[in-house]
Design a protein around this ligand. Structure first.
Ligand code: NAD
Length: 465
């Protein structure tokens, strides 16, 4: 079948296929197509690395780790567990359900739309697609216009693996996205900014499509008074500067206990010097995705400097590349204190009372990630109990993303719903309640409400409390 040449045609083709999909797209077919996707990705690894290099200078090692390997692991994990995930789940009988059998069946939602961002353009298009296919759906995938080389390659890979009635890629930006969002999809899986998340949810409200929103925000990091500073500096540098800082779960800003502040900044500086010796031109550092984004991030640094921030590590700029930068003396009037930074710039604030840090975190929208470095279990517990975030990393950063058995998602401003592994499968599944009658006693209390029936209702009331 040829690839449809318009958005309505792509949608209609998948719509016409829904009946067939329900009948034929079972466990074996899903496994088969996921295996073919894995093989296609393996065969095209050099192209994937080249595309991300072209789009924003992503180092090959980072592409292998955070784009290719993550998706391959997702596929492998899904293939290993899919049969179990698909299996209907028996639920514990209840008194009212006496004489019935109850189970939850996982049914494909149907026609899905996946909108991906540019920052991990490969991973965040194929990751959701793996879950979508595992759950038995069809999908239209809209990658980001900001990473054109990767988006084109995503289109090629999808066309090589999937028939268009099952999966199609629509490339483009806001106009294409808007046109897609007006169509009556059954489920929309969106990854991107909270601002566009609101647009997506408003569009979904029109057709009452269910949504999974994987959004962003300002993820805080806390360094406690007893933290292992060397380890903390290593993890923070990894989390903050991987992908050029353009990571939804990157530490956005950092609170360090005053007693350890100088030591932490020294360690972080040493870490930056050894990992990214060439500053903005380091081959180990991705550049900003485009000039506008580089201007925005650099503008945050300039604004903070003009308002009195200290430049603890001067990252410098070379074209669209910005070197790892560390700022101190941050005040609330600085732009960097308000926006998601999404670049290799880390503002560091000192604190002496954890309650003030908790108060500052809870005063902001709930972040996607929160990191705490501390040995004191009571301190960690206190931060866990008194804050909210999509996920938490204790004495590490980022790795919570790649744990296949953990849900990945935000809360309110940082997202709605979860992705990854079984959670991704469920995001793309309708949990359908199925109750079968075997010898239910409920008909005994059907009308007419004679004296005998009323007495029985009285008994039922007493038994059920
Ligand atoms: P974005 O919201 O600007 O764009 C995401 C997608 O939405 C793109 O495909 C884009 O074409 C489309 N889009 C943009 N404006 C639109 C509009 N007005 N109407 C309809 N569609 C529109 O996000 P981005 O800049 O690509 O990515 C960065 C953001 O994504 C950050 O906030 C980051 O934290 C977040 N993010 C979240 C996750 C996660 O898993 N939670 C992962 C990566 C990025």
């Amino acid at each position: 079948m040829s690839i449809p040449n318009s958005i309505p045609a792509a949608f209609d083709l998948q719509l016409a296929y829904q009946h067939q999909r329900r009948k034929t797209f079972g466990y074996a077919q899903r496994r088969d197509v996921l295996r073919r996707l894995s093989a296609e990705i393996r065969a095209r690894e050099p192209q994937i690395i080249a595309a991300l290099q072209a789009d924003f200078g992503k180092p090959a090692s980072e592409t292998i780790l955070s784009e290719i390997l993550v998706v391959q692991q997702d596929i492998k994990h899904t293939l290993r567990h899919l049969r179990r995930w698909m299996r209907p789940r028996r639920v514990v009988p209840t008194l009212i359900g006496f004489g019935t059998s109850a189970r939850v069946e996982y049914q494909a939602r149907g026609q899905c739309l996946i909108i991906a961002p540019w920052n991990y353009p490969f991973n965040l298009a194929f990751g959701p697609l793996v879950s979508c296919i595992a759950a038995g759906n069809s999908a239209i995938v809209k990658p980001s216009e900001m990473t054109p080389a990767t988006s084109a390659l995503i289109g090629e890979i999808v066309a090589a693996v999937f028939p268009p009635e099952l999966v199609t890629v629509i490339e483009g930006g806001i106009p294409e996205s808007t046109e897609l969002l007006a169509l009556p999809f059954d489920h929309i899986f969106f990854t991107g900014s909270p601002a566009v998340g609101q647009i997506v949810m408003a569009a979904a409200a029109k057709t009452l499509a269910s949504v999974t929103l994987e959004l962003g925000g300002k993820s805080p990091t806390i360094i406690g008074p007893d933290a292992d500073i060397k380890q903390a500096a290593k993890w923070v540098a990894f989390g903050k500067f991987s992908n050029g800082g353009q990571t939804c779960i990157a530490p956005d800003h950092l609170y360090v206990h005053e007693t350890r502040r100088a030591e932490f900044i020294t360690e972080l500086g040493a870490r930056i010097a050894s990992a990214y010796a060439d500053g903005p031109t380091s081959p180990h550092l991705a550049r900003m995705v485009n000039a506008a984004h580089a201007d925005r991030v650099w503008g945050l640094v300039q604004d903070a400097r003009a308002k009195g921030a200290a430049l603890d590590v001067d990252g410098m700029r070379a074209g669209d590349a910005i070197g790892p930068t560390v700022l101190g003396g941050i005040t609330p009037d600085m732009d960097i204190d308000g926006a998601e930074i999404f670049g290799p710039v880390l503002p560091i604030m000192g604190y002496s009372d954890i309650d003030t840090v908790i108060a500052q975190i809870t005063a902001r929208p709930k972040p996607l990630a929160l990191y705490i470095f501390a040995q004191d279990k009571a301190l960690v517990r206190r931060v866990l109990d008194q804050t909210s975030s999509g996920g938490v990393g204790v004495n590490l950063t980022m790795a919570q993303y790649s744990h296949n058995n953990l849900p990945f998602g935000g809360v309110n401003n940082s997202g709605i719903g979860n992705a990854h592994g079984m959670y991704g499968f469920r995001a793309f599944s309708h949990e359908r309640a199925v109750l079968r009658n075997r010898f239910s006693l409920i008909p005994l209390i059907f009308p007419p409400y004679t004296g005998r029936v009323r007495r029985l209702i009285g008994v039922v009331r007493r038994v059920l409390g």
